[in-house]
Design a binder for this molecule. Sequence first.
Ligand code: AGP
Length: 612
Amino acid sequence: MCGIVGYTGPREAYPIIIKGLKRLEYRGYDSTGVALQNSSGLKVYKKKGKVAELEDYIVGKDLHSNIGIGHTRWATHGEPSDRNAHPHQSSSGKLAMIHNGIIENYSQLKKELTNKGYNFTSDTDTEVLLNFIEEIKKNNQCDLEEAVRIALKRVTGAYVILLLDEDNPDTIIAARKGSPLVIGIGKGEHFLGSDASPMLEYTKEVVYINDYELAIVKPDELILKNLGNEKITPYVQKLDIELAAIEKGGYEHFMLKEIFEQPQTIYDCLRGRLDAAEGTITMSGIQQYAEQIVSASRIVMIACGTSWHAGLVAEYIFEELCRINVEVEYASEFRYRNPVINKGDVIIAISQSGETADTLVAIEKAKEQGAIILGVVNVVGSSIARISHAGAYTHAGPEIGVASTKAFTAQLAVLTMIALKIGYIKGTISEERYQNLLNELQEIPEKAAWTLKHSDSIKALAEKYKDARDFLYLGRGYNFPVALEGALKLKEISYIHAEGYPAAEMKHGPIALVDEELPVVFVATKDTYHEKVVSNMQEIKARKGKVISVITEGDEVSRELSNDVMIIPEADEILAPMLSVIPLQLLAYYIGVAKGCDVDKPRNLAKSVTVE
Ligand code: AGP
């Protein structure tokens, strides 16, 4: 997510802003910038890259100012670049703005402004909103505050904006809907931030701004209003948390924060794309290649690690809904083989970072041989996103924990939407099943929240099993890849050996491992394969193995057979992996913590494997 900082008061603004941006680096970003205001006008300094690079870039420039705004950008519209970095300046040059969020109807607004002669220097929705505000100010002959109010009633999406105006050199105008904004109250000065970390060292008195509120912030005055121009009394709170805690949103680790973010990140992934009421899935990147995908004789999923597991789930989904042959390849194997790639083959590259070397090289190779490359990537403007012909971003926000959690469920959400869209176009899915799945998919964020709410028993499970030497994870069908993912999470977070396996494969060897010491985790949610999985559970019980099961709420048969259970709500088997993986993420996390492991930065691992 983007980072926002603002200051107005008697001190030099630049040092406060730049230090505040560094406090927000943990949020993940790809470019950064500041806007400062002094007697010689508005100055904007911005560039792609890290805050430290911005500092080098603006050495020697005019940085004197008692008011300023700063931004770290996590790209959503327009790839990371100097021109797409914030702050943006309006056409007149008299306004500067930073923004965190997504303006969903920006293309409509851009069309209107272009018809009125506006030109744009960037690909961002932010610049469109800024010029829309300026156009209203000019047209309605109103002040900036009123223009902001009118504009925000017209936009859909999420925003926090901070605005500087050359004509009001000591005032910052701020507004929010759906993205966080905190205002710190100082003596004759005010601080603004996406969270309290940029202001903690100056003040612990803060006002959390609510949706649809607008703040007019001067050094010695904070005026709060709603979009109906009615004054609101600011509710000042005293902060009693330390800096380190804020960066993790109050969670002990980024990994736990990201696990609990999943209801929101799955929602963000669906937002603006899935419209169950209309029965539509809007994915422009996929739409432009829909014909080629529909007529493809095969789809090859290429990825590594957790992303490869997402590809395995997608194999079952695409074959079920689109009746297209799907192969799932480890990128590292694919790139060194001499794979057969036919023109018209569709490759789906799945990657959180978009920088995994094996995946990048594998798809470059496939592209040279005429395949169509679709990227399912989290980091906007990353290498894999850039060399793909098209694709869809997962919008999971920056994933800081090395173990991938929210990116995995977001990948599944995107891949499911693609398969539904293609299956519907191809006619390989009935209208009724299509509509049912859309309705159910829309409920997944809530079901993920339900799963997390019912997860407090997992901490106790972790205590009980943390000293086991080995684990087996078993599942069938859609839950087989979930078993693999659960095993990977445990391995990489707690360093305990864990193996994922198709449950039916046990009798071909691995069942020899089973004894009273071996915990066996079944992903046994109610689906087509459930009865068979129950028999597998009985086989393990008969050999005194410890059975820990992820089950569907109300499934008493599996509960009876299990030593311990983790519960998810009822869900269509195609969608269940987005839920059944959550208890396994938590089990790995709590066992890792119980063993004193560095769960955010496990030994030997990197967040993005950009080398072979
Ligand atoms: C998963 O928890 C690991 N961090 C790792 O397996 C990861 O999924 C893999 O390296 C692929 O990364 P990518 O999704 O960024 O391409």
